[in-house]
Write a protein that binds this ligand. Structure first.
Ligand SMILES: Cc1cc2nc3c(=O)[nH]c(=O)nc-3n(C[C@H](O)[C@H](O)[C@H](O)COP(=O)(O)OP(=O)(O)OC[C@H]3O[C@@H](n4cnc5c(N)ncnc54)[C@H](O)[C@@H]3O)c2cc1C
Length: 427
């Protein structure tokens, strides 16, 4: 009998716990630990900030979900992990594990630019539920007293989808409220060009994004470095000053604090290095997935940026982790698998939306090409995004990870979540 412990009940941790429960016999214990009693569907947080959906609509109580599934639940913040004794500390208690799966997502590096962030600075964020609520409160006040709006990302940021989504949704909401003429909108990005998205762009993504910004009269400043933020203005490294009445700025991500304190576990940013199996290279009892893992930006951009770790990439890593642990335990007889890191990503812009399909997310380092790469625009994208949120929450309520029909649906688009490792090495 082994004890598998998962840290973090987010988009990665919860489906991975379900998949492990599905694969492992009941004699193996599975425990999920998270510092929040609720699961949050993070991609919908921009809607919360604009009052388009209440936070409760995208959250689920974890405890009830797990009890039914025979997964142990501990609510608490993990504060220490010892890979040598295979123990961790949560709420002062020591817990032993045979395997631990680190799915703790990101903490926000708000100290990289003075004045960044809603708590000790002057900009909003939609990167976690608490910040989305603060952003909503500030947005409500902004609607009463509108003025210039600046949406941006600072150097080192990696999550560019929400940057564009927030900008376009702001435009849409302001038009709906009849306030757009009072609000000049500026988008400031460290990407070398708009639509790069941290992945070297894809097909016509740059063209589509620039076209949308132009149509909506949104000023674009690309390849830009936000240097300092003050109560109602920010300065760029080249000396430009951007005044704002409301600003949402995406910070860089880093690994959560306790991971950074474990010797040899993470890189300097606190991200966990992984082998193709999602296993730690030096600690075989440790697996990791999602935003917590190290993915290196292969491209030298004039201003440093990271690689996005999207929901589908996270789920794929989770499925690989569950498969590989079950295989190591001899529960299934199969070759080890690796996540394909392919992604369908949808951005809702209110009256329209963009869908990106990148397989894989990062192009081949030698040819600079992907097997498949599509970017399309249309109102239908917003509908699919809303439907996907509902679908994901239903899956989590029912205790399903990635059901057969979802895997089948991905195959229709020529995508898969995992593949045998030798194939990937050959490619
Ligand atoms: C605003 C925004 C919009 C996005 N939109 C999209 C999108 O449209 N499409 C898409 O594919 N991707 C999108 N993403 C990316 C997507 O949300 C991530 O890929 C996904 O959330 C990663 O899942 P995760 O499990 O790694 O982290 P998370 O979902 O963040 O979960 C981490 C969990 O770990 C817990 N935790 C953290 N520290 C501890 C600790 N010390 N002890 C215990 N528990 C801890 C947290 O409470 C949380 O429950 C978006 C991201 C953001 C921020």
């Amino acid at each position: 009998m082994v004890h598998v412990v998962l840290l973090g009940a987010g988009i990665g941790g919860l489906p991975t716990a379900y998949e492990l429960r599905h694969l492992l016999p009941k004699s193996h214990r599975i425990t999920l630990i998270s510092d929040n009693p609720k699961f949050t569907f993070i991609p919908s947080l921009p809607w919360v900030a604009f009052d388009l959906t209440p936070l409760e609509n995208i959250q689920l109580d974890i405890e009830n979900l797990l009890l039914r599934k025979g997964i142990n639940w501990i609510e608490g913040k993990v504060t220490a992990l010892d890979p040598h004794t295979q123990t961790l500390k949560v709420a002062g208690k020591r817990i032993n594990y045979d395997y631990v799966v680190i799915a703790t997502g990101a903490s926000l590096a708000l100290n990289v630019v003075p004045g960044l962030g809603p708590e000790e600075g002057y900009t909003q964020s939609v990167c976690n539920p608490h910040h989305a609520l603060l952003a909503r409160e500030a947005w409500r006040k902004f609607l009463e007293n509108p003025g210039p709006l600046v949406v941006g990302a600072v150097p080192g940021a990696s999550c560019f989808g929400p940057l564009y989504e927030f900008t376009m949704l702001a435009d849409y909401v302001l038009r709906t409220e009849g306030l757009r003429h009072q609000v000049p909108i500026t988008l400031v990005t460290p990407e070398p060009y708009a639509g790069h998205l941290g992945i070297g762009g894809m097909t016509n993504s740059a063209e589509l994004v620039s076209q949308l910004l132009e149509e909506r009269d949104i000023k674009l400043i690309e390849n830009a470095e936000i240097a300092e933020i003050f109560p109602e203005k920010m300065t760029l490294a080249d000396g430009r000053i951007l005044p704002f009445q409301y600003s949402m700025v995406v910070p860089p991500f880093q690994g959560v604090a306790f991971l950074r304190s474990v010797k040899g576990l993470t890189d300097e940013k606190g991200f966990v290095p992984i082998l193709p199996t999602c296993q730690h290279p030096n600690f075989p009892s440790i697996y990791s997935l999602g935003v917590a893992v190290q993915l290196t930006q292969p491209e030298q951009t004039p201003i440093p940026i990271g690689v996005p770790k999207t929901g589908q990439m996270t789920e794929a890593m989770g499925m690989a982790v569950a498969h590989n642990i079950a295989r190591e335990l001899g529960v299934i007889e199969a070759a080890p698998v690796t996540p394909t890191l392919e992604a369908i990503c949808m951005a809702d812009f209110g009256a329209t939306g963009l869908i990106f399909i990148a397989a894989p997310v990062l192009p081949d380092p030698i040819t600079g090409k992907r097997r498949s790469s599509v970017a399309k625009r249309g109102r239908w994208v917003s509908w699919i995004k809303i439907a996907f949120e509902k679908f994901f929450l239903i899956k989590m309520r029912l205790g399903m990870s990635v059901p057969w029909f979802e895997r089948w649906g991905l195959r229709v688009f020529g995508l898969s979540l995992v593949e045998p490792i030798p194939n990937r090495i050959k490619n």
